[in-house]
Ligand binder design. Structure first.
Ligand code: GLC
Ligand code: MG
Length: 264
Protein backbone atom coordinates (compact mmCIF):
# COMPACT_ATOMS: atom_id res chain seq x y z
CA UNK A 1 0.00 0.00 0.00
CA UNK A 2 1.79 3.18 -1.16
CA UNK A 3 -0.53 5.70 0.42
CA UNK A 4 0.92 6.17 3.85
CA UNK A 5 -0.23 8.66 6.39
CA UNK A 6 1.80 11.65 5.25
CA UNK A 7 -1.03 14.18 5.52
CA UNK A 8 -2.00 13.43 9.07
CA UNK A 9 -0.35 15.19 11.98
CA UNK A 10 -0.95 15.20 15.71
CA UNK A 11 0.31 17.46 18.47
CA UNK A 12 0.90 14.64 20.94
CA UNK A 13 1.49 10.92 20.97
CA UNK A 14 0.75 8.44 23.75
CA UNK A 15 2.55 5.14 23.17
CA UNK A 16 1.63 2.49 25.69
CA UNK A 17 2.46 -1.11 26.27
CA UNK A 18 -0.58 -3.27 27.02
CA UNK A 19 0.19 -6.28 29.23
CA UNK A 20 1.41 -5.34 32.69
CA UNK A 21 0.78 -1.67 31.87
CA UNK A 22 -2.88 -1.16 30.92
CA UNK A 23 -4.05 -4.71 31.58
CA UNK A 24 -3.24 -7.38 34.13
CA UNK A 25 -3.83 -10.96 32.99
CA UNK A 26 -5.90 -9.57 30.14
CA UNK A 27 -8.21 -7.64 32.46
CA UNK A 28 -8.70 -3.89 32.99
CA UNK A 29 -6.66 -2.33 35.81
CA UNK A 30 -7.46 0.51 38.23
CA UNK A 31 -7.18 3.81 36.39
CA UNK A 32 -8.02 2.43 32.94
CA UNK A 33 -11.52 3.91 32.96
CA UNK A 34 -10.23 7.39 33.77
CA UNK A 35 -7.47 7.01 31.17
CA UNK A 36 -10.03 6.03 28.53
CA UNK A 37 -12.05 9.16 29.33
CA UNK A 38 -8.98 11.35 28.90
CA UNK A 39 -8.05 9.65 25.65
CA UNK A 40 -11.59 10.18 24.32
CA UNK A 41 -11.54 13.86 25.32
CA UNK A 42 -8.21 14.37 23.51
CA UNK A 43 -9.05 12.22 20.49
CA UNK A 44 -8.29 14.97 17.93
CA UNK A 45 -4.84 15.97 19.11
CA UNK A 46 -3.38 12.99 20.96
CA UNK A 47 -2.58 9.95 18.84
CA UNK A 48 -2.84 6.69 20.74
CA UNK A 49 -0.44 3.87 19.87
CA UNK A 50 -0.18 0.42 21.39
CA UNK A 51 3.43 -0.73 21.50
CA UNK A 52 3.06 -4.36 22.47
CA UNK A 53 4.54 -7.84 22.38
CA UNK A 54 1.18 -9.14 21.23
CA UNK A 55 0.29 -9.91 17.65
CA UNK A 56 -1.85 -7.47 15.68
CA UNK A 57 -4.76 -9.95 15.72
CA UNK A 58 -4.75 -10.33 19.47
CA UNK A 59 -4.41 -6.55 19.99
CA UNK A 60 -7.27 -5.69 17.69
CA UNK A 61 -9.31 -8.35 19.50
CA UNK A 62 -8.92 -6.34 22.73
CA UNK A 63 -10.04 -3.19 20.92
CA UNK A 64 -13.05 -4.88 19.37
CA UNK A 65 -14.10 -6.34 22.70
CA UNK A 66 -14.13 -2.76 24.08
CA UNK A 67 -11.57 -3.35 26.83
CA UNK A 68 -9.14 -0.93 25.14
CA UNK A 69 -9.92 2.19 23.10
CA UNK A 70 -9.29 2.28 19.37
CA UNK A 71 -5.74 3.47 18.64
CA UNK A 72 -4.35 5.43 15.68
CA UNK A 73 -1.69 2.74 15.20
CA UNK A 74 -0.57 -0.60 16.60
CA UNK A 75 3.13 -1.45 16.89
CA UNK A 76 2.74 -5.18 17.37
CA UNK A 77 5.09 -8.11 17.96
CA UNK A 78 7.57 -5.95 19.89
CA UNK A 79 7.65 -3.14 17.35
CA UNK A 80 8.48 -5.39 14.41
CA UNK A 81 5.26 -4.37 12.66
CA UNK A 82 3.25 -1.16 12.49
CA UNK A 83 -0.45 -1.35 11.60
CA UNK A 84 -2.53 1.66 10.57
CA UNK A 85 -6.30 1.98 10.12
CA UNK A 86 -8.17 0.68 8.24
CA UNK A 87 -5.67 -1.91 9.29
CA UNK A 88 -2.86 -2.43 6.88
CA UNK A 89 0.80 -2.92 7.64
CA UNK A 90 3.03 0.10 7.06
CA UNK A 91 5.19 -0.79 4.08
CA UNK A 92 7.71 1.95 4.81
CA UNK A 93 8.40 0.55 8.27
CA UNK A 94 8.52 -3.03 7.06
CA UNK A 95 11.11 -2.20 4.44
CA UNK A 96 13.34 -0.58 7.05
CA UNK A 97 12.94 -3.48 9.48
CA UNK A 98 13.66 -6.21 6.95
CA UNK A 99 17.11 -5.11 5.94
CA UNK A 100 19.90 -7.40 7.16
CA UNK A 101 17.59 -9.84 8.96
CA UNK A 102 18.70 -13.47 8.87
CA UNK A 103 16.20 -15.45 10.96
CA UNK A 104 17.19 -18.90 9.67
CA UNK A 105 20.75 -18.52 10.90
CA UNK A 106 19.59 -17.13 14.23
CA UNK A 107 17.20 -20.01 14.74
CA UNK A 108 19.88 -22.51 13.85
CA UNK A 109 22.34 -21.16 16.43
CA UNK A 110 19.71 -20.50 19.08
CA UNK A 111 18.74 -24.15 19.01
CA UNK A 112 22.13 -25.71 18.41
CA UNK A 113 24.32 -23.72 20.80
CA UNK A 114 21.86 -22.30 23.29
CA UNK A 115 19.20 -25.02 23.19
CA UNK A 116 16.50 -22.37 23.44
CA UNK A 117 12.89 -23.50 23.62
CA UNK A 118 10.66 -21.83 21.05
CA UNK A 119 7.37 -20.26 22.07
CA UNK A 120 4.24 -21.55 20.34
CA UNK A 121 3.77 -20.89 16.60
CA UNK A 122 1.22 -18.08 17.12
CA UNK A 123 3.96 -16.04 18.84
CA UNK A 124 6.40 -16.34 15.93
CA UNK A 125 6.47 -14.18 12.83
CA UNK A 126 8.72 -13.44 9.89
CA UNK A 127 10.35 -10.69 11.97
CA UNK A 128 10.22 -12.07 15.50
CA UNK A 129 11.66 -15.25 16.94
CA UNK A 130 10.43 -15.85 20.48
CA UNK A 131 11.64 -18.31 23.07
CA UNK A 132 11.18 -19.18 26.73
CA UNK A 133 14.21 -18.67 28.94
CA UNK A 134 14.45 -18.91 32.73
CA UNK A 135 17.61 -16.97 33.31
CA UNK A 136 18.96 -13.64 32.18
CA UNK A 137 22.53 -14.97 32.15
CA UNK A 138 22.33 -16.58 28.70
CA UNK A 139 21.18 -13.29 27.15
CA UNK A 140 24.66 -11.75 27.30
CA UNK A 141 26.26 -14.87 25.84
CA UNK A 142 23.71 -14.99 23.06
CA UNK A 143 24.28 -11.34 22.15
CA UNK A 144 28.04 -11.85 22.13
CA UNK A 145 27.70 -15.02 20.07
CA UNK A 146 25.53 -13.38 17.40
CA UNK A 147 27.95 -10.48 17.25
CA UNK A 148 30.88 -12.86 16.77
CA UNK A 149 29.02 -14.37 13.79
CA UNK A 150 28.29 -10.86 12.49
CA UNK A 151 24.57 -11.49 12.71
CA UNK A 152 22.76 -8.27 13.39
CA UNK A 153 19.75 -8.64 15.67
CA UNK A 154 18.32 -7.39 18.96
CA UNK A 155 17.97 -9.77 21.86
CA UNK A 156 15.31 -8.70 24.34
CA UNK A 157 14.55 -10.35 27.66
CA UNK A 158 11.26 -9.66 29.47
CA UNK A 159 9.48 -10.67 32.67
CA UNK A 160 12.13 -13.22 33.64
CA UNK A 161 10.80 -15.68 31.04
CA UNK A 162 10.46 -14.32 27.49
CA UNK A 163 13.27 -13.94 25.00
CA UNK A 164 12.63 -12.19 21.70
CA UNK A 165 15.09 -11.89 18.85
CA UNK A 166 14.09 -9.23 16.35
CA UNK A 167 15.68 -7.24 13.53
CA UNK A 168 18.16 -4.60 14.56
CA UNK A 169 15.99 -1.81 13.09
CA UNK A 170 12.83 -2.97 14.89
CA UNK A 171 11.68 -2.62 18.50
CA UNK A 172 9.22 -0.38 20.27
CA UNK A 173 11.46 2.72 20.28
CA UNK A 174 12.04 2.54 16.53
CA UNK A 175 8.32 2.06 15.91
CA UNK A 176 7.45 5.08 18.06
CA UNK A 177 10.11 7.17 16.32
CA UNK A 178 8.76 6.14 12.91
CA UNK A 179 5.23 7.17 13.92
CA UNK A 180 6.26 10.44 15.46
CA UNK A 181 8.14 11.33 12.28
CA UNK A 182 5.13 10.31 10.18
CA UNK A 183 2.78 12.45 12.25
CA UNK A 184 5.31 15.25 12.93
CA UNK A 185 5.12 15.07 16.70
CA UNK A 186 8.00 16.68 18.58
CA UNK A 187 9.68 14.26 21.03
CA UNK A 188 8.79 16.43 24.04
CA UNK A 189 5.11 15.73 23.27
CA UNK A 190 5.54 11.97 23.26
CA UNK A 191 4.67 9.93 26.35
CA UNK A 192 5.77 6.29 26.43
CA UNK A 193 4.63 3.83 29.12
CA UNK A 194 5.65 0.30 29.95
CA UNK A 195 6.56 -2.27 32.58
CA UNK A 196 9.19 -4.72 31.30
CA UNK A 197 12.24 -5.57 29.22
CA UNK A 198 10.63 -5.13 25.83
CA UNK A 199 9.84 -1.52 26.83
CA UNK A 200 13.43 -0.63 27.75
CA UNK A 201 14.42 0.88 24.39
CA UNK A 202 11.26 3.03 24.37
CA UNK A 203 11.60 4.09 28.01
CA UNK A 204 15.27 5.02 27.65
CA UNK A 205 14.81 6.99 24.42
CA UNK A 206 16.22 10.47 24.86
CA UNK A 207 13.93 13.52 24.73
CA UNK A 208 10.58 11.71 24.95
CA UNK A 209 8.66 11.61 28.26
CA UNK A 210 8.88 8.05 29.59
CA UNK A 211 6.99 6.33 32.39
CA UNK A 212 7.52 2.97 34.05
CA UNK A 213 4.38 1.90 35.90
CA UNK A 214 4.78 1.10 39.61
CA UNK A 215 4.65 -2.68 39.06
CA UNK A 216 7.74 -2.60 36.79
CA UNK A 217 9.70 -5.82 36.28
CA UNK A 218 13.20 -6.36 37.64
CA UNK A 219 14.99 -5.85 34.32
CA UNK A 220 13.49 -2.35 34.10
CA UNK A 221 13.87 -1.57 37.78
CA UNK A 222 17.63 -2.08 37.47
CA UNK A 223 17.71 1.01 35.19
CA UNK A 224 15.41 3.13 37.30
CA UNK A 225 18.13 5.27 38.91
CA UNK A 226 19.59 6.42 35.58
CA UNK A 227 17.09 9.19 34.94
CA UNK A 228 15.68 7.91 31.66
CA UNK A 229 12.15 7.44 32.91
CA UNK A 230 9.74 8.42 35.64
CA UNK A 231 8.84 5.55 37.95
CA UNK A 232 5.23 5.81 39.03
CA UNK A 233 4.13 5.01 42.56
CA UNK A 234 0.91 3.55 41.24
CA UNK A 235 0.77 0.31 39.29
CA UNK A 236 -0.75 -0.30 35.84
CA UNK A 237 -3.07 2.28 34.23
CA UNK A 238 -3.02 4.35 37.43
CA UNK A 239 0.74 4.68 36.92
CA UNK A 240 0.18 5.85 33.34
CA UNK A 241 -2.17 8.57 34.63
CA UNK A 242 0.31 9.52 37.32
CA UNK A 243 3.20 9.71 34.86
CA UNK A 244 1.18 11.72 32.34
CA UNK A 245 0.33 14.23 35.08
CA UNK A 246 3.97 14.37 36.23
CA UNK A 247 5.03 15.35 32.70
CA UNK A 248 2.02 17.66 32.25
CA UNK A 249 1.38 15.61 29.11
CA UNK A 250 -2.25 16.30 28.28
CA UNK A 251 -2.64 19.34 26.04
CA UNK A 252 -5.09 22.02 27.15
CA UNK A 253 -8.48 21.37 25.63
CA UNK A 254 -9.36 24.35 23.42
CA UNK A 255 -12.73 25.85 24.04
CA UNK A 256 -14.47 25.93 20.70
CA UNK A 257 -15.42 29.61 20.15
CA UNK A 258 -18.48 28.56 18.14
CA UNK A 259 -19.90 26.72 21.09
CA UNK A 260 -19.46 29.71 23.45
CA UNK A 261 -22.47 31.68 24.45
CA UNK A 262 -22.36 34.94 22.49
CA UNK A 263 -25.80 36.21 23.48
CA UNK A 264 -24.55 38.52 26.24
C1 GLC B 1 4.21 -11.23 24.51
C2 GLC B 1 4.39 -12.12 23.30
C3 GLC B 1 5.60 -13.01 23.45
C4 GLC B 1 6.83 -12.16 23.77
C5 GLC B 1 6.55 -11.33 25.01
C6 GLC B 1 7.71 -10.42 25.37
O1 GLC B 1 3.88 -11.99 25.63
O2 GLC B 1 3.23 -12.93 23.12
O3 GLC B 1 5.82 -13.72 22.25
O4 GLC B 1 7.93 -12.99 23.97
O5 GLC B 1 5.42 -10.53 24.79
O6 GLC B 1 7.98 -9.50 24.36
MG1 MG C 1 4.32 -5.35 29.32
Amino acid sequence: MEVEEENISYQHLLASDIDGTLLRDGEATPGLKALKRLIAAHRDNVALVYATGRSFASTIGLVESGILPKPQAIASFVGTEIWMPAWHRSVGYQTAVESDWRPEEILYWAKKVFRLRLQEPEFQSDWKLSFYLDSHAAVFDLRAFLQSKRISARVIYSCGKYLDIIPHQAGKANAVRFLRNTWRVVPQNVLTCGDSGNDIDMLTAPRTCNVAVGNLEGELERLSDQGHFYVAELPYAGGVLEGAAAFDFWPRLDVNPKSQDTSA
